[in-house]
Write a protein that binds this ligand. Structure first.
Ligand code: SF4
Length: 234
């Protein structure tokens, strides 16, 4: 039986925040990624994949700065990254942090794209430095394949809502969304972006529950004993 709360939460978030416009990619002739409807060209799809690696363990703003620097150097393509000296690549992406590690990962990703690697989760997970969240971000946002991306915001928020147990592993959490939502890449893209938005605005490490638009559906907020302390923390 489908749990309709997943869809109702989506609708409530969408109603409050509107479409988030994710994932930003660099339009032709520009250097800064911005949302224009998602990737349309092979180069833009590679940029999404590179962005998924660059944003590992850092905020998108830092990854975006690294992408801008690669664009300025004319280096945002699989061939350019393959041909670039690894130390120069690391220097170019320095704003994204872990730049030596990420330079290696970008080189591996570039080789994968140049070899025409299979568009599958298994193929991506076989690449060094690509875990489930990165792989699913590439599948969903670069290739339009309907897989739900699970990240720290999703786990925190849906754990508190009482929908996905904190003990659930990545695949179990993902299955909860897949089992309770229509299979749609567009829906999954928007929903993930809305979760991130709500995680930044309200369901933070210390949640701001008082004004949360989901509080009437939130197990943590409604649970006795914790309600007072959470409300005070807002
Ligand atoms: S009520 Fe609080 S804990 Fe629940 S979803 Fe909202 S911000 Fe998060």
């Amino acid at each position: 039986m489908i749990d309709t709360r997943y869809m109702r939460i989506y609708e409530r978030l969408l109603g409050a925040y509107g479409p988030r416009g994710w994932w930003p990619v660099t339009p032709p002739g520009e250097t800064v990624p911005r949302y224009t409807g998602g990737p349309r060209t092979p180069r833009q799809r590679f940029e999404v994949a590179a962005g998924a690696v660059l944003t590992q363990n850092t905020a998108w703003a830092n990854a975006s700065r690294a992408i801008e620097r690669l664009n300025t150097l004319g280096a945002m393509s699989p061939a350019a990254i393959r041909d670039m000296d690894e130390r120069a690549l690391a220097e170019a992406i320095r704003p994204a942090g872990y730049y030596n590690q990420k330079a290696k990962r970008l080189k591996i990703l570039a080789a994968f794209f140049l070899e025409g690697g299979k568009r599958s989760r298994a193929a991506l997970l076989a690449l060094h430095g690509v875990g489930p969240e990165t792989a699913d971000s590439i599948l969903l946002y670069a290739w339009n394949i309907p897989v739900f991306v699970i990240d720290a915001y999703t786990r925190r928020m849906f754990g508190r809502l009482g929908l996905v147990p904190e003990s659930a592993d990545y695949d179990e959490a993902q299955a909860a969304f897949a089992g309770n939502l229509p299979r749609s890449a567009g829906l999954y893209r928007e929903y993930h972006a809305l979760i991130v938005e709500h995680g930044k605005r309200a369901c933070k490490k210390v949640p701001v529950c008082k004004k949360c638009l989901l509080k009437t559906a939130c197990a943590l907020y409604l649970s006795s004993g914790k309600r007072t302390s959470i409300a005070r923390s807002g």
